[in-house]
Design a protein around this ligand. Structure first.
Ligand code: ZN
Length: 53
């Protein structure tokens, strides 16, 4: 089993963070997901200017 975040070996049995190798990689993956979701849900106002022809 490899960690989806860092690609390193992941201990499976007794690992509370699986499929991640550690809490750090788990939080990195979660943070990236939340950041992407936030960007999708919050378009920049300057990209939606009605005064631009
Ligand atoms: Zn990892």
């Amino acid at each position: 089993m490899t960690c989806p975040t860092c690609g390193g070996p992941t201990p499976w049995s007794g690992n509370p963070h699986r499929p991640f190798c550690s809490l750090t990689c788990r939080l990195i993956d979660l943070g990236g997901w939340l950041d992407e979701r936030y960007r999708i849900a919050s378009p920049r106002p300057e990209d939606d200017d009605p005064n631009v022809p």
